[in-house]
Design a protein around this ligand. Structure first.
Ligand code: 5GP
Length: 114
């Protein structure tokens, strides 16, 4: 068995996080190193998919749920508009190989891609 990712450990409540939304399939929490005034990470609870390409092919409905969660969070915690970023692959900055969406609102930090 592979080591659990940091996100699996947050789902299991082994690592504390500021959880902002939770459903039966999704959890969302503030990013530990925010790159924008609002920076929340939306994560499927299951570690089944490593990245958005796998998720889109395997469970497009779950991907749609993530987008809906992002919209609900941006409406509640920001002005409603948001950026959705899926870093996909190491060279694109992905560090956690458990698919997740960065939901960003407000001005980005200069030079940041996240
Ligand atoms: P990636 O670089 O894979 O696209 O995004 C991983 C994100 O997870 C990063 O923005 C990083 O700051 C965030 N992150 C990593 N470890 C933790 C943690 O323990 N708690 C929280 N809340 N975020 C984390």
């Amino acid at each position: 068995m592979a080591e659990p990712t940091v996100f699996e450990r947050i789902v299991a409540r082994e690592i504390p996080a500021e959880i902002v939304l939770e459903t039966d399939r999704i959890i969302a929490f503030t990013d530990i190193a925010p790159q924008a005034p609002m920076h929340v990470v939306v994560v499927p609870k299951s570690p089944q998919y490593r990245d958005v390409v796998e998720l889109a092919a395997g469970d497009p409905h779950l991907m749609a749920e993530m987008v809906q969660a992002a919209q609900a969070i941006a409406r509640e915690r920001a002005e409603g508009d948001f950026r959705l970023v899926f870093n996909t692959g190491e060279l694109a900055g992905q560090t956690v190989f458990h698919v997740h969406a960065h939901v960003l609102a407000g001005a980005l930090r200069e030079g940041s891609l996240a």
